[in-house]
Ligand binder design. Structure first.
Ligand code: ZN
Length: 414
């Protein structure tokens, strides 16, 4: 069995970290379609060229290196090359570098794959423009309308960012890959949560990616003088929101599962003055679960509880659903393959959901797709001190290699 070389993986991850690295906070700034992001994509193409792989940048900015026969569906090993502002060095990059190393290790052992292997650095996964552009384009979930209208938080248009990066925006619609071109899709990623690290488990085989709904909510009462309005005569919107925040754990106990999450991530009091009773509070609710029925029950409960709290506090409750993303499930056969290989390598593992979104979720309903995690120390991610031990990366990449070997050489999938 070929072995991966952790030294080369470390060197590659550190090399990519240089694109957008900021000495001041030691974070990586490589947002989708920035100069740094495009430079990292060119770097990857150069590595593909060194390995004798064919390579291209598709219309959506995905970098694709391919090795193996032309006439068979591909085993895709993919993750993203872009980062959040002040991000870490592993998020996304690990899944791309792991693919590169899998090809290197197989080539060195003189293996000729029966199915082609594609190593893909996807574009704009972190949502600078509100989606996962590269993965959406490849799976046909991209529209002309979205390309025309998407903007980043500074109001900079996606189309302009793509043009600046040397891409023709509508070419993204040509990045689509038919399901019959994809033999399997595999993504290895850092967990970005504390579970594996806390439980001293090496591998997290992902059963699915939680669905997410996002609401913009508003409780409207009456702004009053904080000194003259008696406590019992107020319609204090923040008090209503605080009551709701207290109810969240009960809502999950009654209607959710251990995979449910409800978060109030943003709150704004109006008028927002220390000596005025908040007449209005705007806040967000983000709910997640791996089961869409549970998501519906959670959403219903939030609405019911907020309506009754509003009555009690003499408030009006309004909300607007901004998005509803269904859960996505990984392929059972590929999960079983990862489990078998983890056992054979004597790695501790667990089956777990992914609360965070990933490229794989768009491939789940499109082809056979699976994902697994390696531990994030302390669960830290999207921050400069994101860390995963090299020894865990080594184990994860060896697992990936052995799974790919079975798919590419022994053709276990029907
Ligand atoms: Zn990521």
């Amino acid at each position: 069995m070929p072995q991966i070389d952790i030294g080369r993986i470390e060197r590659d991850i550190n090399a990519i970290a240089q694109f957008g690295f900021n000495e001041a906070d030691r974070g990586v700034y490589r947002q989708g379609f920035s100069e740094e992001d495009m430079a990292a994509r060119q770097w990857l193409r150069d590595r593909f060229a060194e390995l004798g792989m064919t390579h291209r940048l598709d219309g959506a900015g995905n970098v694709i290196g391919r090795w193996g026969p032309d006439d068979k569906p591909a085993i895709m090993i993919a993750s993203h090359l872009d980062s959040v502002p002040a991000g870490g060095i592993f998020d996304g990059v690990l899944g791309v570098v792991a693919g590169l190393e899998v090809v290197r290790a197989m080539r060195e052992s003189g293996i000729e794959p029966a199915f082609p292997i594609e190593v893909i650095g996807t574009s704009e996964e972190e949502g600078r423009f509100g989606g996962m552009l590269g993965a959406q384009a490849m799976t046909g979930k991209l529209t002309r309308e979205w390309l025309d209208t998407a903007k980043d938080e500074h109001g900079f248009a996606l189309k302009d960012a793509m043009k600046q990066a040397g891409l023709e925006p509508y070419d993204a619609l040509h990045a689509y890959r038919r399901p019959d071109e994809i033999h399997a899709f595999l993504e290895i990623h850092v967990e970005q949560g504390p579970v594996l690290d806390m439980e001293k488990t090496t591998i997290g085989i992902v059963e699915g990616i939680s669905g997410v709904f996002k609401w913009n909510c508003r409780l409207i009462g009456k702004a009053d003088h904080a000194g003259t309005a008696p406590m019992n005569m107020r319609a204090d919107a923040l008090m209503g929101m605080a009551d709701f925040a207290h109810e969240i754990s009960r809502i999950i106990d009654e209607h959710g599962t251990d995979k449910s999450r409800i978060t109030i991530g943003h709150v704004a009091c109006k008028p927002g003055f220390p000596h005025t009773v908040p007449g209005e509070v705007d806040f967000t609710i983000v709910g997640r679960d791996l089961d869409e029925g549970v998501m519906e029950a959670l959403a219903e409960a939030c609405e019911r509880v907020l309506s009754s709290i509003a009555r009690r506090h003499k408030l009006r409750f309004e909300y607007e659903q901004m998005s509803w993303l269904k859960p996505a499930y990984c392929d059972a056969e590929l999960m079983a393959l990862l489990e078998d290989k983890a056992k054979a390598l004597d790695l501790s593992y667990k089956i777990m959901p992914s609360g965070a979104g990933h490229d794989v979720q768009f491939f789940c309903n499109h082809a056979k797709a699976a994902m697994f995690f390696v531990p994030s120390v302390g669960g830290v991610s999207h921050a400069p001190d994101e860390w995963t031990h090299w020894s865990d990366i080594e184990r994860g990449c060896q697992l990936l290699l052995e799974a790919v070997m079975e798919l590419a050489v022994e053709q276990v999938l029907a």
